[in-house]
Design a protein around this ligand. Structure first.
Ligand code: PMP
Length: 459
């Protein structure tokens, strides 16, 4: 995402596009018990971990389910129908990502799986460059490459300059890969992907975009951003059926050994006279999709892509930006709250806001939000330990214990998206204010390293 495109995300809210209503999601009417008595509709504010399924995705999957059949090799009617559906899903998702005509789109299990697949397909001697700010899924798969980890930048411009400095002087003929997130799973801030892609390409490197947090919130164009690959997960894109995507340049994928060896990836297998087995692998995406594919997972992602496109990203973005502004303004009114940010207040961002509350253990605060208000948020380090260490280095001290000592390196994260009603945001802000002002109404204890409400019967 370029700075210019990122700016467009931020300004969409302020311009002519009217925000849409929340999209219907599963679980929107689920009541959860409150420890203080009664129950309340669950407020799912942990979209960055896993978003609820879109009702439309669920309905599409349910409508297809009776026609489910084996994919690729079956001669029967439903097998042929399922094969067509699977391959159509591939085309729909490729169109959603605005892929180039000769790109390959591989269905995987998740973003983690996609990036590990790409790591296994790196050419010999490949250098890899990542910022320390990445989610572990984007930070860790490159351990056997020649890895350079870059310090956290404090602005999008500094990110580009840091990468340029790191790449300067490298042999542009040797293979190299830059891996970068589109939107941080901690701060929600957008990264200058197009500029980073230009810097990578200027130095003979390729770039893979971790769009796990970007794709659910904003259209991603492989061509416009000029990234070589993009990876994302269905379960963050309202399609929690166990599939993910890696899409992009075919050459490295074709040249690599199959990610998994097995049926589906192989075109021809023979037994040689010396008794060994010889195999010819497919050159297509099937090379890395050995085994029976997750048809429903792939179809559900395609359904979500269609649903988001039809709802219109401009109005979805406008609505989300309004919610972000509300959350940030509400938290800014609470002096004990520090919102975590790398790029500052004006940085364009998606609906992911992390913060610490002075004097509170994050696990204690999250437990009280859940038990007393029916709100689900995330606490911890969000699988981005180096980034959290950098961000929390300057944060105020948190509560030392909730029945037992806690790890002071911990934050809270509230995240939301296309299905979030205003009421969830209002309830969250009210809860933060009440907890900070009056404290928790219940008693909590630490069990297995987490704060949990003390049960009334003492068990
Ligand atoms: N990258 C980012 C930015 C993420 O937020 C996540 C999930 N939190 C991942 C990668 C990994 O996604 P998954 O767990 O679906 O593989």
């Amino acid at each position: 995402m370029s700075v210019a495109t990122a700016t467009a995300v931020r300004t969409a809210a302020a311009t002519e596009e009217p925000p849409c209503a929340p999209l219907p999601v599963l679980g929107r009417d689920v009541a959860v018990p409150l420890v203080t008595g009664g129950s309340v509709t669950y407020a799912a504010l942990d979209y960055a971990a896993s978003a609820p399924a879109l009702q439309r995705v669920w309905d599409d999957v349910a409508a297809y389910a009776p026609y489910y059949g084996s994919v690729h090799r079956g001669a029967g009617h439903l097998s042929q129908l399922s094969t067509e559906l699977f391959e159509n899903a591939r085309r729909t998702v490729a169109a959603f990502l605005d892929c180039r005509p000769d790109d390959q789109l591989v269905f995987t299990r998740s973003t983690t799986d996609s990036l590990n697949l790409l790591a296994a397909a790196l050419p010999a001697g490949c250098e890899v460059y990542v910022f320390e700010t990445e989610h572990h899924a984007a930070l860790l798969p490159w351990q056997s490459a020649r890895l350079t980890v870059l310090d956290a930048p404090r602005s999008p411009r500094q990110a580009v300059e840091t990468l340029e400095r790191a790449l300067a002087g490298r042999d542009p003929h040797g293979p190299a890969l830059v891996c970068v997130t589109g939107a941080s799973n901690v701060t929600g801030e957008l990264w200058p992907v197009r500029e980073l892609a230009a810097a990578a390409h200027a130095h003979g490197a390729r770039i893979v975009l971790d769009a796990a947090q970007l794709a659910p919130h904003h259209p991603v164009s492989v061509r416009d951003l000029d990234v070589d690959w993009v990876a994302f997960s269905g379960h963050k894109l309202y399609a929690p059926f166990g599939s993910g995507v890696l899409a992009g340049r075919a050459d490295w994928l074709r040249a690599a050994e199959p990610y998994l060896a097995g049926g589906g990836a192989s075109r021809r297998v023979t037994r040689d006279t010396d008794g060994t087995v010889a195999v010819e692998w497919h050159d297509s995406a099937a090379r890395h999709e050995a085994g029976s594919p997750n048809v429903i997972g792939a179809y559900s992602i395609a359904s979500a892509c269609t649903a988001l496109t039809e709802a219109g990203f401009a109005s979805l973005v406008a609505r989300e930006q309004r919610l972000i502004a509300r959350v940030r303004a509400g938290l800014a009114e609470v002096p004990q709250v520090t919102v975590l940010s790398l790029f500052g207040d004006d940085a364009p961002r998606v609906g992911v806001v992390s913060f610490v509350v002075e004097g509170w253990n994050s696990s204690h605060f999250a437990a009280a939000l859940s038990a007393e208000y029916g709100i689900g948020v995330r606490d911890g380090l969000f699988c981005a330990h180096p980034l959290l260490r950098t961000l929390l280095g300057t944060a105020p001290a948190t509560e030392a214990e909730c029945g037992a000592p806690q790890n002071p390196l911990s934050a809270l994260r509230v995240s939301f998206g296309a299905g979030t009603p205003d009421e969830h945001i209002d309830r969250f802000l009210t809860a933060v204010r009440e907890l900070v002002t009056h404290g928790a109404r219940w008693t909590y204890e630490t069990k297995d390293g987490r704060c949990v409400p003390v049960q009334e019967d003492g068990n």
